[in-house]
Design a protein around this ligand. Sequence first.
Ligand SMILES: [Zn+2]
Ligand SMILES: [Zn+2]
Ligand SMILES: [Zn+2]
Length: 351
Amino acid sequence: MRAFVCPVCHNFVPFERAECLSCGTALGLHLPSRSMVALADRAAVLDGVRWTRCTQSGPLACNWLASEATDVAARGRCLAHSLIRREPAPDDTIAREKMLPATLALRRLVYQLAELGLPVDPYWRRVGGLAFDLLSSFSTGERITIGHANGVITIDLVESLDAYRESLRVRLGEPYRTVLGHFRHEAGHYYQNILVETGDGARRHLARCRELFGDERASYADALARHYERGAPAGWQASFISEYATMHPWEDFAECFAHYLHITDTIDTSREAGMVLHADRVRFAAPRDVVPLESYTEAPIDQLLDDWKWISLFFNRVNTAMGKGPLYPFQISQPVADKLGFVHTVVRATA
Ligand SMILES: [Zn+2]
Ligand SMILES: [Zn+2]
Ligand SMILES: [Zn+2]
């Protein structure tokens, strides 16, 4: 994630802030330039276009700007919030409260997708475009299944409830479960569909995808029943990033896509902070300095993953120094590295 800067006093501004912590200037995040801009009367004119605060700035504390040139179908919302197709009723205050952390995760996702150069094509612009249904099984008692179908990603807002999510994480034996992780995983299903299985991507990528992840035409219902009856096969760690990835080729791809976003965002955040790991300053044997790149577009996956090996080792130790679990509690085996390499190839071919 970018380290944003106040255009007035040049101090650091966190991603989610709507005003500078140091000088108090009203700020808005302008996605096309990936920068914070100073606002006068809740608006700024950039390249001849007037940008105003997203209409969700009040209810959802959104600090993004919406272009007045955008389709009325965007409802005066920023790109991220315009993707929300369904949301809890205005009087469902319990669910609406959970929209705050969920939409912050959504903005983080959309920002990263734009940064990677992946298409964010809203449902209101074309049929099958990207949409989010943010619904709550907690307040309505309705059964909400987290998932993706034809461009629509459904998120159960109850996952924003820490006690609920953590108890589920423990029960399922998962080392990591976050709302942002759900968004990244479901985005993986969407991008596999539009970039690998259909259109031009099918000719370029589908055969290799099946070699690495298996044939996605295998029955999903059978795979689901088998997974919840027997769990992951013994020794799954040798070829999968998580137990859930063993269920079906689609889940394997989505898990790897999510990890690609975890890894690239964390490396980018480190680089934006000026972090370099100097081999001659550590106590243990380190083969080289680790200098995170501004973009890994031109770099092979091996370089990205080798940088990550050292950066994640560092952050895992930092987390345990604070009494927490490792930041990245996963092992990347060679087959998983090959799958991440495939995601890297698809992203690079698209960007
Ligand atoms: Zn400032
Ligand atoms: Zn917004
Ligand atoms: Zn999935």
